[in-house]
Design a protein around this ligand. Structure first.
Ligand SMILES: C[S@@+](CC[C@H](N)C(=O)[O-])C[C@H]1O[C@@H](n2cnc3c(N)ncnc32)[C@H](O)[C@@H]1O
Length: 388
């Protein structure tokens, strides 16, 4: 018997001699016949769909070993680039708090896909989704069937200020009967918005009041399918880290600003750059309505990253790129003279790659705050503070 020491990036348990075992927690034992004997950190997975459902990979880890996994993902990504930094205790979102998820529908089924497969796991319970979204899963399954869903469609759920915001892509039912069925459904379940996208972009079919999401205390119009941090707790953890990293800065550049999660939460004059035009417009309108000092620019930061001279006009920079990171922008950040940089990332590997460029140019990583918004999954986020 060999003890499992840690959990690898994709979720397998790993022994000291490098053997991998599926569904093994640190402290479990890998037996010679390949079976696993549970140890003290192995918990009974709370959900009947685990491990078939691809939504969660690590429900068999107790809270302590899941938190250790989140911190270890960050530390080992840094280590892989030969970097070291103080890694803070991870902040993991509680169960039942996910406010954004994409489910898949086909042949009367509605749920997440199975791990590494397109097969749909028909969702009958879920321990990550916010209860208001989970409550809609069974009614939506029946609605899509009644409306004659013939081909596979995706169902994007978001919990907005007014309630559930639903976008179905790959299905756009037509006709009076369909419209009535949809309206009855939305009225009965208090849906905030129902949009469909048959291939020509989202088309709103129900939205009794404009749908918003409150960021930094300000309601921001929420375009369908916009980016939003996955849980309120995760958002709060990232905002607190970014505020701490930019303390004292009077002018801040917020790069990949989205709807303004950080721009609207900072006590500073903020220049916000974002590539999605509808998100940018929503941020601009919200900031103007409340006379917040946010100057928002539509800009493709991969093709046209801020130059060193542009960056040097700010006291601090916040950057929160997509999963692939921001190699081009990081090259200019490495050379610039701002006092502090807050780097928020949903991918420790691309973060570590960009951080290496900056450290090689003389930056220091003061701390890294791991954030587990996708509880029980292998997705890990972080916020890091850089100074010279
Ligand atoms: C991880 S999200 C962060 C959004 C925001 N900071 C937040 O916390 O809500 C990344 C953002 O980058 C934007 N984006 C993706 N590619 C971009 C590009 N080439 N130039 C500018 N923005 C881009 C996306 O639209 C998205 O809003």
């Amino acid at each position: 018997m060999t003890p499992i020491l840690r959990v690898a990036a994709l979720g397998d348990g790993v022994t000291a001699d490098g053997r991998h075992a599926a569904l093994a927690a640190p402290g479990d034992w890998l037996n010679d016949d390949g079976s696993v004997t549970p140890g003290p950190h192995h918990q009974t997975p709370p959900c009947r769909h685990f491990p078939q459902c691809g939504g969660c990979q690590l429900q068999h880890l107790d809270d302590a070993s899941y938190a250790a996994f989140v911190a270890d993902r960050v530390a080992s990504a840094l280590d892989g680039q030969g970097l070291s930094a103080p890694v803070r205790a991870p902040l993991v979102s509680p169960p039942d708090t996910r406010r954004r998820a994409t489910l898949h529908a086909d042949k009367g089924l509605l749920g997440f896909t199975a791990a590494q497969s397109h097969a749909i796991v028909d969702l009958r319970e879920c321990h990550i989704l916010a209860p208001a979204l989970l409550a809609l899963v069974a009614p939506l399954r029946s609605l899509l069937q009644r409306m004659g869903l013939k081909r596979r469609a995706d169902v994007h759920l978001t919990l907005a200020d007014q309630g559930a915001d639903i976008l179905v892509t790959g299905f756009a039912p037509e006709g009076l009967k369909a419209a009535e069925t949809l309206n009855d459904f939305c009225a009965k379940h208090g849906v905030a918005r129902f949009a469909v996208d048959g291939g020509d972009g989202p088309e709103t079919r129900w939205e009794p009041q404009p749908v918003t999401i409150t960021l930094g205390g300000i309601p921001v119009g929420l375009p369908p399918a916009s980016f939003l941090q996955a849980t309120c707790e995760g958002e709060a953890a990232l905002v607190a880290a970014v505020r701490e990293a930019t303390t004292g800065a009077k002018t801040v550049a917020d790069l990949f600003a989205g709807l303004g999660t950080f721009a609207l939460a900072l006590p500073a004059k903020v220049y916000a750059a974002e590539g999605a035009r509808d998100a940018l417009m929503a941020l601009k309108l919200a900031a103007n309505a409340r006379q917040r000092p946010v100057f928002a620019e539509h800009r493709d930061l991969y093709r046209r990253p801020l130059t060193v001279a542009e960056l040097n006009r700010f006291d601090a920079v916040v950057i929160d790129p997509p999963r692939s990171g921001a190699r081009e922008q990081a090259a200019a950040l490495a050379q610039c003279l701002v006092k502090r940089i807050a780097y928020v990332s949903c991918n420790p590997s691309s973060f570590a790659r960009d951080a290496k460029l900056m450290v090689d140019a003389g930056w220091r990583i003061d701390w890294v705050q791991p954030v587990g918004q996708f509880r029980w999954s292998t997705h890990v986020e972080l916020a890091a503070c850089f100074s010279r």
